[in-house]
Design a protein around this ligand. Sequence first.
Ligand code: ARG
Length: 464
Amino acid sequence: MAKNKNSSPVWSKRIKQNVNSLFKKVGSSLNVDKRLFKEDIQGSVAHVEMLFKQKIISFKIKNKIIWGLNRIHNEIIKKKFNFDISHEDIHMSIEKRLFDLIGDDAGYIHTARSRNDQVVTDFKLWLIESTKEIIKILEKLNKVIILNAEKHIDTIMPGFTHLKNAQPISLAHYLMSHIEMFNRDKERFNNNFQSLLENPLGAAAISGTSFNIDRNYTTKKLKFSKPTRNSVDTVSDRDFVLDFLYATSVCSMHISRISEELIIWNSDAFNFISLNDKMVTGSSIMPQKRNPDPLEFIRGKAGTSYGNLFSMLTILKGLPISYFKDLQDDKQLTFSSFDNLKNSIIILTDVFKNIIFNKKNMKNLATKGYLTATDLADYMVQELNFPFRKAYQITSKIVNFAERKNKKLNELNIKEIQKIEPKLKSGVLNIFDLRNSIKSKKSFGGTSFENIKKMIEKYKKEIK
Ligand code: ARG
């Protein structure tokens, strides 16, 4: 284990006594922000390269520092780095270790920068990669959903409104509604890149720096798109954190809604789906149980995600413009939201790989609750030229009649129907066929089989 020789803080000449020991412990962010070590080293390398290019440090010192940073990188990867919380955070830890490795020349590294711009730089670099990762796994999830949709174009289910049977739809159409949700999530995450790609490095503590730095150079090196425009705002701004936490919250909410629906479908009352062994857990007392715990777990995570967003909003509320220690919690909240969302997406992807749709039960429920009543009303408008409201009232009467007789609409005969509306001819009976109902919903975005097949092709092309 590499030892840090000197553990006193850099400010020990000015502040003679150790800080309160409880604060030293709880105020240290090292255990959280050590996750940023790669980005911190990446940022520091770009910074010293720029300092050399601008003739602020010598070639020799630049090389020495970069050698040390690379070595620290390896030590951390090989778990040989001594993380000591008395060094407060990842930035100070790395700087301290650099002193051990290369001596006083390490002191040049912090020329023309502050931890205030350093931490935002590291964090944005981390968020850029993490946002890309979320988008990538959302794509994988969508792929698996499309595979399910392809298999279930002809699977008929009741579409629900208010959780009451409403109109027949294809299961594929229902599944593809999830793709729309996750595509919006991808878009939301994509929109965040604009501010994430603004380079904070060079804002220093709050006012910029008197050194002749080149912010465009570090911008290029670190693959940002441009430097931020105001040094005060740069060290103060955490909007990009809120954007990420919001996008994460919305995506978690989508996952939560889908999970809830699948949990309902998995209930013995519905029995629309079965989950295989990989996606259930048992009970400690009831030997027969197969509980959808993974779905419940990811349904709940939206709560944590909203909590993290609200925590960040609340930390920022009323905080004067500039850097304050309050901001340090941004990382813990973001890492928590990221980890939860990443796990949730992967688990949901696995659910869709291990799900069996019980077609018979879906179809069976679709025959209950007069799902084709709207089709009947539409038919009277289209065939008899009735105003929709009149057709709607007549259909209500027919539904009431069927209910009284304890019959489904397709079990009525034409005589019974004509007693209520004599103008209806026997052709009307085709209207009660569930497949015909689905077939007829050809409006753009509707559930017709034709539309669905086109959409599947479209999604497949987009996702490739
Ligand atoms: N650990 C700090 C954070 O995460 C780094 C920035 C510290 N800056 C300072 N002036 N104390 O926010």
